[in-house]
Design a protein. Sequence first.
Length: 120
Amino acid sequence: MEHKDLKYFRNLLNQMLEDALKQGEMTIEDMTDNNEIFADPADRATLESDRAFTLRIRDRERKLIKKIRSALQRMDDGIYGICEECGEEIGVPRLKARPVTKLCINCKSKQEEDEHLRGD
């Protein structure tokens, strides 16, 4: 991968990380600000449902942060953009679509096909 591409992806990943961290902080603030007392149990149930949904989103953000940090580490290690399965270079279009990917399109397609056959 060319130096300009690496620079582009490092900037992109750092921006994604910053955005995800900010979003996480906002989620925590929203949840701590919401300590209302409800007379109606249905209103309380709605709040709890919303909180559960927010926590699921936060968990996805946490996983994305971990993947972004892993991609940045691979970049530091000089292996960013190399498929973990076959060792081939991952194409720039694939990395633009999914900058945290560890697999080339062929290996990812095979993985998804295998998962589909197993019923995962």
